[in-house]
Design a protein around this ligand. Structure first.
Ligand SMILES: Nc1ncnc2c1ncn2[C@@H]1O[C@H](COP(=O)(O)OP(=O)(O)OP(=O)(O)O)[C@@H](O)[C@H]1O
Ligand SMILES: [Mg+2]
Length: 378
């Protein structure tokens, strides 16, 4: 196709853009944090994404810059845009995925349903929020959290003392986010893709299961998501993508409450773990869709190709040896499983791969996906 996409960040999300890029004839380049990362196959540069000169030099050789993570600083992104670089998603949208306090304030303006929340800068402020919400709450560091790091359920303000101390040392001042502890029945995720020229498509809402703050499994579409619930999730996803001017893939993490309302947990403006099922379970996988969207190409169909798709993460990997040694067994026993690995060294809790299975019998699909993934973990 003769176009070039540059992905900042060398993790598995960048890695999984490589296959669809090759298929589409899109040249893909990666700015990796270090050698030997997941996306090393397409890494053209190793460098610090916080350094303007490094990112600028990387951007010079591509038509569009996009991301594997949310951490490129605003001033770097704004400088690139000012120099005419196509950046998708752009800094005006991305800031709401970078900072959870900014996100909460903006979602409130858009009238999106979300947990009660407050910006707190002192123990007293935090305690008073907790007192108003049954004595408990969820404290979050606004920036830099992932996989549950930077999220803490507290029953007293003093349990966040260390984070306040760290804030006090932060030259920029700063604040923490506190949210009501939502009594949810389950977590869902809604993905949409949006092009710079405005075309927008939604995927079916999915159910996500987290263990220890990390996504463990995804079922697509979300079981028992009746027409109303699915339509409400889609409405929220589309409204946020349009309202924030997101370009590329957007994931909206949602809570389903005991009284069947949906509340927005957080946003990711890139392909997301909740969408890995679509690689094998949808007409257009999220990594291909992200490329199409950031290149402002017509978007692909999002419909599932089978009634059910289940994704199970391979967390940690084998205690001894490599993932590679486990392939033959898993493939023999579970020929319907699609195995994806990230080229990362096994380490407790680390996401090193995932398995997708699709089919028409949900019990069987869940069983096959779990069983196949379990071959790779001790
Ligand atoms: N207000 C809340 N009430 C109840 N549970 C919550 C709340 N906020 C977060 N959680 C739980 O903590 C998990 C992680 O929270 P959140 O998604 O904000 O953190 P993160 O580390 O940025 O996430 P990710 O793993 O998606 O990067 C959620 O998936 C949910 O299970
Ligand atoms: Mg999350």
């Amino acid at each position: 196709m003769g176009v070039r996409v540059g992905v900042v960040g060398g993790g598995q999300l960048a890695r999984m853009m490589i296959a669809p890029a090759v298929e589409l004839g899109v040249e893909i380049r990666v700015l990796a944090e270090q050698d030997g990362m997941s996306a090393a196959l397409a890494a053209t540069r190793v460098g610090d994404y916080r350094d303007l000169d490094t990112v600028r030099a990387f951007a010079r050789d591509v038509d569009v810059v996009t991301f594997d993570h949310e951490h490129v600083p605003q001033d770097v992104l704004r400088a690139l845009e000012a120099e005419g670089v196509q950046v998708h998603p752009g800094p005006d949208a991305l800031r709401f995925a970078q900072d959870k306090l900014d996100m909460r304030a903006r979602l409130a303006e858009l009238g999106m349903p979300q947990p009660d929340w407050a910006r707190v800068t002192t123990l007293d402020e935090l305690q008073s929020f907790l007192d108003d919400h049954g004595g408990r709450g969820v404290v979050k560091t606004p920036r830099g959290g992932y996989d549950g790091k930077g999220v803490r359920v507290v029953g007293a303000a003093t349990e966040a003392q260390d984070w306040f101390t760290a804030l006090a040392e932060d030259a920029n001042g700063g604040a923490l986010l506190v949210e009501e502890l939502v009594d949810f029945t389950r977590e869902l995720a809604q993905q949409v893709a949006r092009r710079p020229s405005g075309q927008i498509v939604a995927y079916p809402v999915v159910e996500t299961v987290q263990r220890g703050g990390v996504c463990a499994e995804v079922i697509a579409p979300a079981p028992r998501a009746d027409g109303r619930l699915a339509a409400e999730a889609e409405r929220i996803g589309l409204a946020i993508a349009d309202g924030l001017g997101v370009t590329g893939m957007l994931a909206v993490e949602l809570f389903e409450t005991t009284d069947e309302r949906l509340l927005v947990n957080e946003l990711a403006m890139r392909p997301h773990n909740s969408g890995h099922w679509s690689q094998d379970g949808a007409v257009t996988g999220q990594f291909e869709q992200h490329l199409r969207a950031v290149l402002d190409l017509p978007l692909g169909e999002t419909a599932p190709v089978q009634p059910w798709a289940v994704m199970v993460n391979i967390l940690g990997g084998p205690a001894q040896g490599s993932l590679a040694e486990r392939f033959a067994d898993a493939m023999t026993r579970h020929p319907s499983a699609k195995i994806h690995t990230y080229g990362k060294a096994p380490r407790p809790g680390r996401k090193v791969g995932h398995v997708n299975v699709i089919g028409d019998d949900l019990d069987d699909v869940v069983y096959q996906a779990r069983a196949a993934a379990s071959h790779f973990v001790d």
